[in-house]
Design a protein around this ligand. Sequence first.
Ligand code: 13P
Ligand code: SF4
Length: 341
Amino acid sequence: MTLRHDRIEAGRRRLGPALTIMAHHYQADEVVRHADLRGDTLQLARRVQSVDSEHIIFCGVYFMAEAAALLARPGQKVHLPEPSAECSMALMSTAEAAKTVLARLTATGRTVIPLVYGNSTLGVKAVAGAHGGAVCTSANARTMLRWALDQGDAVLFLPDRHLGWNTADALDLPLEDRKVLSLQDDGQGEEEKARLYLWPGFCSIHTRFTTRQISRLRTENPGALVVAHPECRPEVVAGADAVGSTAFIIRYVAEAPAGAVCIVGTEINLVERLAEEHRGRVTVLPLVESACTHMAQTTEECLESCLAAVAEGREDFVIRAPEENREPAKLALERMLSVAG
Ligand code: 13P
Ligand code: SF4
Protein backbone atom coordinates (compact mmCIF):
# COMPACT_ATOMS: atom_id res chain seq x y z
CA MET A 1 0.00 0.00 0.00
CA THR A 2 1.10 3.58 -0.65
CA LEU A 3 1.80 6.36 1.85
CA ARG A 4 -1.33 8.13 0.64
CA HIS A 5 -3.40 5.03 1.34
CA ASP A 6 -2.05 4.90 4.88
CA ARG A 7 -2.62 8.63 5.48
CA ILE A 8 -6.24 8.31 4.36
CA GLU A 9 -6.80 5.30 6.61
CA ALA A 10 -5.25 7.17 9.55
CA GLY A 11 -7.50 10.17 8.80
CA ARG A 12 -10.56 7.93 8.74
CA ARG A 13 -9.61 6.43 12.09
CA ARG A 14 -9.17 9.89 13.63
CA LEU A 15 -12.63 10.98 12.49
CA GLY A 16 -14.14 7.67 13.63
CA PRO A 17 -17.95 7.60 13.71
CA ALA A 18 -18.15 11.27 12.61
CA LEU A 19 -17.41 10.19 9.02
CA THR A 20 -18.93 7.74 6.52
CA ILE A 21 -17.31 7.28 3.11
CA MET A 22 -19.67 6.08 0.38
CA ALA A 23 -18.58 5.01 -3.10
CA HIS A 24 -20.41 4.06 -6.29
CA HIS A 25 -19.30 0.77 -7.86
CA TYR A 26 -17.85 2.62 -10.89
CA GLN A 27 -15.21 4.33 -8.75
CA ALA A 28 -11.60 3.19 -9.13
CA ASP A 29 -10.17 0.58 -6.73
CA GLU A 30 -7.84 3.15 -5.14
CA VAL A 31 -10.97 5.02 -3.97
CA VAL A 32 -13.39 2.14 -3.36
CA ARG A 33 -10.99 0.45 -0.94
CA HIS A 34 -11.48 3.34 1.51
CA ALA A 35 -15.28 3.21 1.45
CA ASP A 36 -17.46 2.17 4.40
CA LEU A 37 -20.36 1.62 2.01
CA ARG A 38 -20.35 0.66 -1.66
CA GLY A 39 -23.44 0.52 -3.80
CA ASP A 40 -25.33 1.37 -6.94
CA THR A 41 -27.26 4.62 -7.17
CA LEU A 42 -30.39 3.32 -5.46
CA GLN A 43 -28.56 1.51 -2.66
CA LEU A 44 -26.48 4.57 -1.82
CA ALA A 45 -29.49 6.93 -1.87
CA ARG A 46 -31.35 4.59 0.51
CA ARG A 47 -28.37 4.29 2.84
CA VAL A 48 -27.98 8.07 3.25
CA GLN A 49 -31.14 8.11 5.35
CA SER A 50 -29.77 5.60 7.85
CA VAL A 51 -26.27 7.07 8.22
CA ASP A 52 -25.75 8.89 11.55
CA SER A 53 -22.32 10.42 11.01
CA GLU A 54 -21.94 14.20 10.84
CA HIS A 55 -20.00 13.96 7.55
CA ILE A 56 -20.57 11.86 4.42
CA ILE A 57 -17.84 11.84 1.79
CA PHE A 58 -19.61 10.71 -1.37
CA CYS A 59 -17.29 9.26 -4.02
CA GLY A 60 -19.32 9.45 -7.19
CA VAL A 61 -20.61 12.17 -9.50
CA TYR A 62 -22.34 15.47 -8.71
CA PHE A 63 -25.97 14.38 -9.08
CA MET A 64 -25.42 11.59 -6.54
CA ALA A 65 -23.91 13.92 -3.93
CA GLU A 66 -26.63 16.50 -4.59
CA ALA A 67 -29.35 13.89 -3.98
CA ALA A 68 -27.50 12.72 -0.86
CA ALA A 69 -27.38 16.33 0.40
CA LEU A 70 -31.12 16.53 -0.08
CA LEU A 71 -31.79 13.30 1.82
CA ALA A 72 -29.26 14.03 4.57
CA ARG A 73 -30.43 15.01 8.06
CA PRO A 74 -30.30 18.63 9.21
CA GLY A 75 -26.72 19.47 10.15
CA GLN A 76 -25.25 16.51 8.26
CA LYS A 77 -22.73 17.55 5.58
CA VAL A 78 -22.18 15.80 2.24
CA HIS A 79 -18.77 16.28 0.61
CA LEU A 80 -17.85 15.44 -2.99
CA PRO A 81 -14.07 14.91 -3.33
CA GLU A 82 -14.09 16.31 -6.89
CA PRO A 83 -16.92 18.86 -7.10
CA SER A 84 -16.51 19.27 -10.88
CA ALA A 85 -17.28 15.56 -11.51
CA GLU A 86 -20.50 15.98 -13.50
CA CYS A 87 -22.29 13.15 -15.33
CA SER A 88 -22.64 14.16 -19.01
CA MET A 89 -26.04 12.46 -19.28
CA ALA A 90 -27.37 14.43 -16.31
CA LEU A 91 -26.45 17.64 -18.15
CA MET A 92 -28.45 16.62 -21.25
CA SER A 93 -31.67 17.96 -19.78
CA THR A 94 -32.25 21.21 -17.92
CA ALA A 95 -35.14 22.23 -15.71
CA GLU A 96 -36.08 25.02 -18.13
CA ALA A 97 -36.21 22.72 -21.16
CA ALA A 98 -38.12 20.08 -19.17
CA LYS A 99 -40.73 22.68 -18.14
CA THR A 100 -41.08 23.97 -21.70
CA VAL A 101 -41.61 20.50 -23.16
CA LEU A 102 -43.99 19.52 -20.38
CA ALA A 103 -46.05 22.67 -21.02
CA ARG A 104 -46.21 21.79 -24.71
CA LEU A 105 -47.25 18.17 -24.06
CA THR A 106 -49.97 19.19 -21.62
CA ALA A 107 -51.30 22.10 -23.71
CA THR A 108 -54.15 19.93 -25.02
CA GLY A 109 -55.27 19.12 -21.47
CA ARG A 110 -53.56 15.74 -21.14
CA THR A 111 -51.98 14.78 -17.83
CA VAL A 112 -48.31 13.97 -18.47
CA ILE A 113 -46.30 12.60 -15.53
CA PRO A 114 -42.56 13.35 -15.55
CA LEU A 115 -40.46 10.35 -14.52
CA VAL A 116 -36.86 11.40 -13.98
CA TYR A 117 -33.91 9.04 -13.92
CA GLY A 118 -31.75 9.72 -10.85
CA ASN A 119 -28.92 10.68 -13.24
CA SER A 120 -30.27 14.22 -13.57
CA THR A 121 -29.83 17.63 -11.96
CA LEU A 122 -31.78 18.54 -8.86
CA GLY A 123 -33.63 21.16 -10.91
CA VAL A 124 -35.01 18.45 -13.23
CA LYS A 125 -35.98 16.29 -10.24
CA ALA A 126 -37.78 19.34 -8.85
CA VAL A 127 -39.79 19.68 -12.09
CA ALA A 128 -40.90 16.06 -11.61
CA GLY A 129 -41.87 16.65 -7.99
CA ALA A 130 -43.83 19.79 -8.84
CA HIS A 131 -45.83 18.02 -11.59
CA GLY A 132 -46.93 14.84 -9.82
CA GLY A 133 -43.89 12.85 -10.98
CA ALA A 134 -41.07 10.94 -9.35
CA VAL A 135 -37.47 9.86 -9.63
CA CYS A 136 -36.42 6.35 -10.67
CA THR A 137 -33.12 4.50 -10.88
CA SER A 138 -32.03 1.67 -13.14
CA ALA A 139 -32.88 -0.77 -10.31
CA ASN A 140 -36.55 0.24 -10.02
CA ALA A 141 -37.36 1.74 -13.45
CA ARG A 142 -39.97 -0.95 -14.26
CA THR A 143 -41.92 -0.44 -11.06
CA MET A 144 -41.73 3.32 -11.39
CA LEU A 145 -42.72 3.42 -15.08
CA ARG A 146 -45.72 1.18 -14.38
CA TRP A 147 -46.65 3.51 -11.51
CA ALA A 148 -46.22 6.66 -13.63
CA LEU A 149 -48.29 5.25 -16.52
CA ASP A 150 -51.12 4.65 -14.02
CA GLN A 151 -51.03 8.26 -12.76
CA GLY A 152 -52.06 10.07 -15.95
CA ASP A 153 -52.52 9.97 -19.72
CA ALA A 154 -48.80 9.80 -20.54
CA VAL A 155 -45.29 9.85 -19.10
CA LEU A 156 -42.35 12.10 -19.96
CA PHE A 157 -39.23 10.00 -19.22
CA LEU A 158 -35.94 11.85 -18.95
CA PRO A 159 -33.07 12.15 -19.61
CA ASP A 160 -32.02 8.60 -20.71
CA ARG A 161 -33.89 7.49 -23.83
CA HIS A 162 -32.34 4.02 -23.71
CA LEU A 163 -33.34 3.26 -20.13
CA GLY A 164 -36.83 4.53 -20.95
CA TRP A 165 -37.09 2.44 -24.12
CA ASN A 166 -35.66 -0.72 -22.52
CA THR A 167 -38.05 -0.35 -19.59
CA ALA A 168 -41.00 0.09 -21.98
CA ASP A 169 -39.84 -3.13 -23.72
CA ALA A 170 -39.83 -4.93 -20.37
CA LEU A 171 -43.40 -3.73 -19.76
CA ASP A 172 -44.49 -4.68 -23.32
CA LEU A 173 -45.61 -1.13 -24.06
CA PRO A 174 -46.57 -1.10 -27.78
CA LEU A 175 -44.09 0.66 -30.09
CA GLU A 176 -46.79 2.99 -31.43
CA ASP A 177 -47.31 4.33 -27.88
CA ARG A 178 -43.70 5.58 -27.65
CA LYS A 179 -42.17 8.74 -29.04
CA VAL A 180 -38.55 9.86 -28.81
CA LEU A 181 -38.67 13.64 -28.60
CA SER A 182 -36.76 15.91 -30.89
CA LEU A 183 -35.88 19.01 -28.93
CA GLN A 184 -34.93 21.27 -31.84
CA ASP A 185 -38.07 23.33 -31.34
CA ASP A 186 -38.73 22.74 -27.62
CA GLY A 187 -41.09 19.88 -28.31
CA GLN A 188 -43.32 21.72 -30.76
CA GLY A 189 -45.31 19.22 -32.76
CA GLU A 190 -45.00 16.54 -30.09
CA GLU A 191 -48.62 16.81 -29.02
CA GLU A 192 -49.58 13.56 -30.74
CA LYS A 193 -51.01 11.01 -28.42
CA ALA A 194 -48.09 8.86 -27.32
CA ARG A 195 -48.20 7.26 -23.85
CA LEU A 196 -44.45 7.51 -23.35
CA TYR A 197 -42.34 10.51 -24.43
CA LEU A 198 -38.60 9.89 -24.22
CA TRP A 199 -36.05 12.65 -23.78
CA PRO A 200 -33.18 12.08 -26.27
CA GLY A 201 -30.38 11.82 -23.65
CA PHE A 202 -27.95 8.91 -23.31
CA CYS A 203 -24.92 7.65 -21.40
CA SER A 204 -21.85 7.84 -23.60
CA ILE A 205 -20.19 5.04 -21.63
CA HIS A 206 -22.99 2.50 -22.10
CA THR A 207 -23.79 3.46 -25.70
CA ARG A 208 -20.31 2.27 -26.74
CA PHE A 209 -21.52 -1.32 -26.56
CA THR A 210 -22.72 -2.94 -29.79
CA THR A 211 -24.34 -6.17 -30.99
CA ARG A 212 -21.25 -6.82 -33.11
CA GLN A 213 -19.16 -7.03 -29.90
CA ILE A 214 -21.69 -9.49 -28.47
CA SER A 215 -21.54 -11.70 -31.60
CA ARG A 216 -17.73 -11.72 -31.62
CA LEU A 217 -17.43 -12.60 -27.93
CA ARG A 218 -20.11 -15.29 -28.20
CA THR A 219 -18.21 -16.84 -31.10
CA GLU A 220 -14.95 -16.75 -29.15
CA ASN A 221 -16.61 -18.07 -25.95
CA PRO A 222 -19.36 -20.56 -26.87
CA GLY A 223 -21.98 -20.82 -24.12
CA ALA A 224 -20.97 -17.50 -22.53
CA LEU A 225 -23.58 -15.49 -20.59
CA VAL A 226 -24.02 -11.84 -21.55
CA VAL A 227 -25.33 -9.35 -18.99
CA ALA A 228 -25.84 -5.65 -19.77
CA HIS A 229 -26.87 -2.43 -18.03
CA PRO A 230 -30.22 -0.91 -19.15
CA GLU A 231 -28.46 2.33 -20.19
CA CYS A 232 -27.18 0.29 -23.20
CA ARG A 233 -28.86 0.59 -26.61
CA PRO A 234 -32.04 -1.51 -26.96
CA GLU A 235 -30.48 -3.85 -29.55
CA VAL A 236 -27.64 -4.62 -27.12
CA VAL A 237 -30.13 -5.32 -24.32
CA ALA A 238 -32.10 -7.56 -26.72
CA GLY A 239 -28.91 -9.47 -27.56
CA ALA A 240 -27.98 -10.04 -23.89
CA ASP A 241 -29.09 -12.95 -21.68
CA ALA A 242 -29.91 -10.62 -18.80
CA VAL A 243 -30.23 -6.90 -18.12
CA GLY A 244 -30.17 -4.98 -14.87
CA SER A 245 -28.67 -2.28 -12.71
CA THR A 246 -25.18 -2.35 -11.32
CA ALA A 247 -26.34 -4.27 -8.22
CA PHE A 248 -28.17 -6.79 -10.46
CA ILE A 249 -25.03 -7.36 -12.55
CA ILE A 250 -22.99 -8.01 -9.39
CA ARG A 251 -25.57 -10.59 -8.24
CA TYR A 252 -25.79 -12.17 -11.68
CA VAL A 253 -22.05 -12.84 -11.80
CA ALA A 254 -22.01 -14.06 -8.18
CA GLU A 255 -24.79 -16.56 -8.99
CA ALA A 256 -23.32 -17.75 -12.33
CA PRO A 257 -22.40 -21.45 -12.27
CA ALA A 258 -18.77 -22.39 -11.65
CA GLY A 259 -16.83 -22.49 -14.92
CA ALA A 260 -19.14 -19.97 -16.65
CA VAL A 261 -17.89 -17.12 -18.82
CA CYS A 262 -19.77 -13.87 -18.09
CA ILE A 263 -19.52 -11.05 -20.60
CA VAL A 264 -20.47 -7.79 -18.95
CA GLY A 265 -21.66 -4.58 -20.62
CA THR A 266 -21.01 -1.85 -18.11
CA GLU A 267 -18.32 0.47 -16.74
CA ILE A 268 -14.85 -1.08 -16.77
CA ASN A 269 -13.91 -0.47 -13.11
CA LEU A 270 -16.79 -2.67 -12.01
CA VAL A 271 -16.10 -5.31 -14.66
CA GLU A 272 -12.44 -5.57 -13.66
CA ARG A 273 -13.35 -5.78 -9.96
CA LEU A 274 -15.80 -8.59 -10.69
CA ALA A 275 -13.16 -10.39 -12.76
CA GLU A 276 -10.76 -10.18 -9.82
CA GLU A 277 -13.32 -11.23 -7.18
CA HIS A 278 -14.49 -14.28 -9.14
CA ARG A 279 -11.12 -15.32 -10.62
CA GLY A 280 -10.78 -19.11 -10.67
CA ARG A 281 -14.56 -19.70 -10.43
CA VAL A 282 -16.09 -17.59 -13.23
CA THR A 283 -14.34 -15.83 -16.11
CA VAL A 284 -15.56 -12.23 -16.37
CA LEU A 285 -14.86 -10.32 -19.60
CA PRO A 286 -15.87 -6.78 -20.63
CA LEU A 287 -18.06 -6.46 -23.70
CA VAL A 288 -15.57 -3.76 -24.55
CA GLU A 289 -13.46 -1.60 -22.21
CA SER A 290 -15.57 1.49 -21.49
CA ALA A 291 -14.49 3.82 -18.71
CA CYS A 292 -16.52 6.66 -17.20
CA THR A 293 -14.21 9.67 -17.24
CA HIS A 294 -16.56 11.55 -14.90
CA MET A 295 -16.35 8.87 -12.23
CA ALA A 296 -12.58 8.74 -12.79
CA GLN A 297 -12.23 12.42 -11.83
CA THR A 298 -12.38 11.30 -8.19
CA THR A 299 -8.90 10.05 -7.36
CA GLU A 300 -7.28 8.93 -4.13
CA GLU A 301 -5.52 12.30 -4.09
CA CYS A 302 -8.89 14.15 -4.19
CA LEU A 303 -10.15 11.91 -1.42
CA GLU A 304 -7.15 12.79 0.74
CA SER A 305 -7.68 16.55 0.19
CA CYS A 306 -11.37 16.18 0.99
CA LEU A 307 -10.63 14.23 4.15
CA ALA A 308 -8.18 16.96 5.25
CA ALA A 309 -10.89 19.59 4.70
CA VAL A 310 -13.36 17.60 6.80
CA ALA A 311 -10.80 17.15 9.59
CA GLU A 312 -10.01 20.90 9.61
CA GLY A 313 -13.70 21.91 9.57
CA ARG A 314 -13.43 23.49 6.09
CA GLU A 315 -16.39 23.35 3.71
CA ASP A 316 -14.48 23.44 0.40
CA PHE A 317 -16.08 20.20 -0.82
CA VAL A 318 -19.54 20.52 0.70
CA ILE A 319 -22.44 20.06 -1.75
CA ARG A 320 -25.71 21.80 -0.97
CA ALA A 321 -29.11 21.28 -2.52
CA PRO A 322 -30.29 24.69 -3.84
CA GLU A 323 -33.07 26.01 -1.60
CA GLU A 324 -35.60 26.63 -4.39
CA ASN A 325 -35.42 22.98 -5.54
CA ARG A 326 -35.36 21.28 -2.16
CA GLU A 327 -39.05 20.73 -1.49
CA PRO A 328 -40.19 19.53 -4.95
CA ALA A 329 -37.06 17.43 -5.60
CA LYS A 330 -37.41 15.79 -2.19
CA LEU A 331 -41.04 15.00 -2.98
CA ALA A 332 -39.97 13.30 -6.24
CA LEU A 333 -37.30 11.26 -4.42
CA GLU A 334 -39.63 10.32 -1.58
CA ARG A 335 -42.30 9.20 -4.06
CA MET A 336 -39.72 6.82 -5.50
CA LEU A 337 -38.72 5.52 -2.08
CA SER A 338 -42.35 4.96 -1.09
CA VAL A 339 -43.50 3.39 -4.41
CA ALA A 340 -40.43 1.22 -5.03
CA GLY A 341 -39.24 0.70 -1.46
P1 13P B 1 -26.84 2.39 -11.38
O1 13P B 1 -25.95 2.68 -10.25
O2 13P B 1 -28.25 2.76 -11.11
O3 13P B 1 -26.71 1.03 -11.93
O4 13P B 1 -26.46 3.43 -12.57
C1 13P B 1 -25.35 3.33 -13.29
C2 13P B 1 -24.78 4.65 -13.60
O5 13P B 1 -24.57 4.99 -14.73
C3 13P B 1 -24.46 5.53 -12.51
O6 13P B 1 -23.95 6.70 -13.02
FE1 SF4 C 1 -23.13 9.39 -16.20
FE2 SF4 C 1 -22.88 7.22 -17.73
FE3 SF4 C 1 -20.84 7.99 -16.21
FE4 SF4 C 1 -23.05 6.96 -15.08
S1 SF4 C 1 -21.62 5.89 -16.41
S2 SF4 C 1 -21.91 8.79 -14.42
S3 SF4 C 1 -24.62 7.76 -16.48
S4 SF4 C 1 -21.76 9.16 -17.94
